[in-house]
Design a protein. Structure first.
Length: 610
């Protein structure tokens, strides 16, 4: 028993001795590890030593022991900064302490940025586009991002480019080698009836040019605006000879039926029932020639033959011909001094117009037109009180005769709205930058014309007519909606006949009023529309129209029966309302409900008002 207790005592003694030795040895070892006296950085050129030391201040502290584990932690922390290729940590004994040195080798930096192959975008623009700058370290990840940014910038500017290579030389030169895509060829697909050369005359993009999105988009719009095609799309194929550098725009066309026969009927207070028959071909011989015959029978009889040749010569001179014999019921416009049994009369116009036009630029045309037209005199008879004769001399005026004078007033009748022949030349200039002519969402339209009519040309009236038509369109909600504005201004000099004067009122000018409600020698009209697109085939429209035709006194066949304009001076008349536009197999239909000073009017037609 004593032996067992003695053995346990010996074991406990030995264990206690070992613990004391471990503690004593650890204390001695800690006392043997050197303390950090200072930390310095060498090898850095661009990165400040303060930045490096700040990164390791919690690992190596002055006055604390220096260990190899701490040295490894320092190497890892500085390497993770991403600025250095190598990082080394060493120390020197300084008395009982150590001086620690952090040695770094910085990564290569960009000394120069070079772009090769760019012709349409400048070096300065590309340098603003990329993130890499002179003085930055050369990092593969950053350069990859810059490659994408350069290609995206080209795309935003309407071009196509590919970075063929990126080179870095030993002197820190960073070079981007750019391949700008050029047009190898322009292909057209889908044509069946239309001659290919007819379409190519609308294409300005040529092989060998750099691809430019806006230029090819203008070509697509010009083709669509010919009115012959249901759809025109663009597809890009790699070039056959140099797939990496060239592209082939493929214009895919879907033709639409261009021949049309339509029969319709209409009723109005003036004309009663009218049957309308129209026969047209808008792509005659596949050459974009247009020919049509419009006939109206019933309440009025009219014939109108039209022919249009868009390519009369190699300069794209166009010929527009119209031969007509039209009849319509008109409402008398005249002064209050003339009394009528009824205010309607029949007007017949017979004649022809020929217009030659030639493009000056992609958006501008000049034209010369000739018109010869015979307008019938009306059979409408008006009466007017010319006054009372007093004694041996006639005294004009509606004053009653003196007492005892039994003479009756002089009442005379004369035909109103006299006709006549007009022969004239018209000079015109037009600038049209609308994207889609039939339904524009952007762009402007301007037309300035001067018509010269005179007896020297064989006509019966001599006058000059000046007119300006300016329109502007703004897309809203991503071009789903459109704000459309129009300003019409006109004036005349000379002796313009009443039947050729300016008119305001009706479906295409001042809605909410009867057709030709106001007449005069001068014109001022403003139209504003908001076109709200419900779908591709249905549009709601709200509108405000304001304007007037004013000024002038028009002679008749009888002296004393001169007819004055409704408004001697400009007097603004306002019409407003709403309407609907619907795309149908017969074409785009227009229905407007307008409200003006005289009440309300319903207007029907084809296409937009302007």
């Amino acid at each position: 028993m004593w032996l067992v207790k003695s053995h346990r005592t010996v074991v406990l003694f030995i264990l206690s001795l070992m613990v004391v030795l471990v503690v004593l040895l650890g204390s001695v070892s800690a006392q043997e590890q050197p303390l950090v006296a200072e930390v310095t950085v060498e090898g850095n050129q661009y990165i400040s030593a303060d930045v490096i030391l700040d990164e390791v201040k919690d690992i190596l502290k002055i006055g604390e022991p220096y260990t190899e584990q701490k040295a490894e932690n320092v190497r890892k922390a500085i390497t993770d900064l991403g600025y250095f290729d190598t990082v080394a940590v060493s120390y020197e004994q300084v008395g009982e302490d150590v001086s620690v040195t952090i040695s770094v080798v910085e990564r290569q930096r960009i000394e120069q940025i070079i772009f090769a192959g760019n012709t349409v975008i400048t070096d300065a623009q590309l340098k603003e586009t990329i993130f890499s700058k002179v003085g930055h370290i050369i990092a593969a990840q950053a350069i990859s991002r810059d490659v994408r940014r350069i290609e995206d910038y080209y795309s935003e500017q309407g071009y196509i480019a590919q970075i063929a290579d990126v080179k870095i030389d030993e002197f820190g030169g960073l070079t981007f080698i750019i391949n700008e895509a050029y047009i190898e060829d322009v292909a057209i697909e889908g044509l069946e009836k239309t001659k290919e050369w007819v379409v190519r005359r609308q294409i300005r993009t040529q092989p060998g040019e750099l691809f430019q999105q806006t230029r090819i988009a203008d070509d697509i719009n010009r083709i669509y605006n010919m009115g012959l095609f249901q759809d025109v799309k663009l597809d890009l194929h790699p070039g056959n000879k140099e797939p990496a550098k060239a592209v082939i725009p493929v214009i895919q066309i879907t033709e639409k039926p261009t021949g049309m026969v339509s029969i319709a009927g209409a009723y109005s207070e003036l004309d009663n029932f009218v049957a309308m028959i129209s026969v047209a071909e808008n792509n005659l011989r596949g050459r974009a020639e247009r020919i049509s015959l419009d006939t109206e029978l019933g309440g009025r009889t009219s014939y109108d033959f039209k022919f249009y040749e868009p390519y009369l010569d190699s300069r794209d001179t166009a010929l527009d011909l119209s031969v007509f014999d039209t009849q319509r019921q008109r409402r008398f416009v005249g002064g209050a001094a003339v009394s009528l049994a009824e205010d309607q009369f029949e007007e017949r116009r017979t004649g022809a117009t020929v217009t030659l036009s030639r493009p000056m630029t992609d958006t501008e045309r000049v034209s010369l037109g000739v018109r010869s037209e015979q307008v019938s005199s009306s059979f409408l008879q008006g009466t007017r009180n010319l006054g009372y004769p007093v004694g041996p001399m006639a005294i004009p005026g509606p004053e009653p005769p003196p007492p005892g004078d039994t003479n009756d007033p002089l009442i005379v009748a004369a035909p109103l709205h006299p006709g006549g022949r007009v022969n004239s030349f018209t000079l015109g200039w037009q600038r049209d930058s609308r994207d889609i002519i039939a339904n524009p969402t952007a762009g402007t339209y301007q037309n300035l014309s001067l018509e010269l009519a005179g007896s020297l040309l064989g006509g019966e009236s001599t006058y000059q007519r000046y007119q300006l038509d300016r329109r502007r369109y703004f897309g809203v909600r991503g071009n789903k909606d459109v704000i459309a504005l129009r300003l019409l201004l006109g004036t005349t000099t000379g002796n313009i006949p009443l039947f050729d004067s300016f008119t305001v009122g009706g479906a295409r000018s001042l809605r909410g009023y009867e057709q030709d409600r106001f007449r005069g020698e001068n014109l001022a009209l403003f139209n504003a529309e908001y076109r709200y697109g419900l779908s591709k085939s249905l549009t709601l429209v709200s509108f405000v129209d304001a304007g007037d035709a004013f000024g002038g006194v028009f002679r008749t066949e009888m002296p004393g029966f001169d007819i004055a304009a409704n408004d001697e001076d400009f007097s603004i008349h306002v019409g407003m309302g709403f309407g609907i536009r619907a795309v149908t197999p017969l074409g785009p239909l227009r229905l407007d409900f307008g409200f003006g000073e005289d009440g309300s009017q319903t207007h029907f037609g084809f296409g937009h008002t302007f």
